[in-house]
Design a protein around this ligand. Structure first.
Ligand code: UT7
Length: 318
């Protein structure tokens, strides 16, 4: 499939909540959070909803790419914490950045950025689209149960974006879904139907942490091994790994399984971002891009997992 990454962008809201700050809200402490997850702080939005975070990341990606908003042919967004169900996040971003092209959203939870890449690559392959903006954005703080210490300490707010054009740099992808809501879900509001008689569940993140952990540590290496063998690429040829930032221990466990990829190739920003769900992969991608870590021709392996349950991996040439 066709894809070349022209540029990236990200935006983190300025307010930072440290583990000590959260210890004032729930029965937790910096030592527990940092040793179990690798998280020391996360950004939290105080007045910018997910669409504003998205538009700021999108503008940064356009600038990094040297592309004007009017040149975009399509906008694809992903979020689980947008302020509206209608209009879509893509419609709000289109207006905010001054684009005129169509756009739509997809829901892939923490794997969403890889689903966006896959969708964009398919559209670019048709030859009908020349410039596609993809954005993952989350205001996770609005859908967390701030009395549940097992989930509220894990997530952060932010947005990441990339501008894509046709090219030969999407070397392959591998995606798996194991459908079900038992392990990880965010219910919607039950509404006020006078006919509805069944119960209500709080519209906040619910996660069985240990089941998610087991799923992640098993599925990431499986996806990566399947992807690399499909692409005919050895682990030793991979230059960098951008993995969904859910837990440092999950990434380290995956690195131990994938023995051919040295542990230092697994890039991380979880210490200051936490888990930004659909925004996690593109925020890290942009941070590394701006630090000048990537060189032309580098093979970047991206992998993610999350609600669905889903696990995904793709290989991109920088
Ligand atoms: O992007 C979505 C994907 N999400 C993930 O990948 C998350 C995957 N899961 C995890 O990262 C880990 O399971 C957690 C970090 C969520 C939990 O770590 P754990 O080592 O699996 O802890 P646990 O759930 O087994 O809990 C151990 C203990 C429990 O106490 P008891 O029952 O042993 O007395 C918990 O109540 O830790 C307690 N605990 C806490 N203590 C202090 C749970 N949360 C906290 C907390 N602070 N924030």
């Amino acid at each position: 499939m066709s894809l070349h990454i022209l540029g990236t962008g990200s935006y983190l809201p300025p307010t930072v909540a440290t583990n000590d700050d959260l210890a004032k809200l729930v029965d937790t402490n910096d030592e527990w959070i940092s040793t179990r997850t690798g998280i020391r702080s996360r950004h939290v939005s105080t007045d910018e909803p997910a669409s504003v975070l998205a538009a700021k990341a999108a503008k940064a990606a356009l600038e990094n790419s040297g592309v004007r908003a009017e040149e975009l042919d399509l906008i694809l967004c992903a979020t689980v914490s947008g302020e509206f169900i209608v209009p879509s996040m893509a419609c709000l971003v289109q207006r905010e950045i001054g684009a005129t092209c169509p756009g739509f959203d997809l829901n892939g939870a923490c794997s969403a950025f890889l689903f966006l890449m896959e969708t964009a690559a398919a559209y670019l392959s048709t030859g009908r689209y020349q410039k596609i903006l993809i954005v993952g954005t989350e205001q996770m703080s609005r859908i967390l149960d701030w009395t549940d210490r097992s989930t509220c300490i894990l997530f952060g707010d932010g947005a990441g974006a990339a501008v894509l054009e046709p090219g030969e740099d999407y070397l392959g992808s591998h995606m798996t879904v194991k459908g079900g809501e038992e392990v990880l879900r965010v219910p919607t509001h039950k509404g006020i139907s006078p006919f509805w008689t069944a119960g209500e569940e709080h519209p906040y993140v619910y996660m069985n942490g240990s089941e998610t952990y087991k799923f992640a540590t098993r599925s990431i290496p499986q996806e990566v091994e399947a992807l690399l063998s499909q692409c005919g690429v050895e682990q030793s040829q991979v230059d960098w790994v951008i993995c969904h930032q859910a837990n440092r221990r999950i990434i380290e466990a995956a690195a131990r399984r994938l023995k051919g990829i040295p542990a230092e190739k697994f890039l991380m920003n979880i210490d200051h971002c936490g888990n930004c769900s659909a925004a996690s992969v593109p925020i890290l991608l942009d941070e590394c891009n701006r630090k000048g870590i990537f060189h032309r021709g580098d093979l970047i392996l991206m992998c993610a997992f999350g609600g669905g349950l889903s696990s995904t991996a793709c290989l991109v040439r920088w």
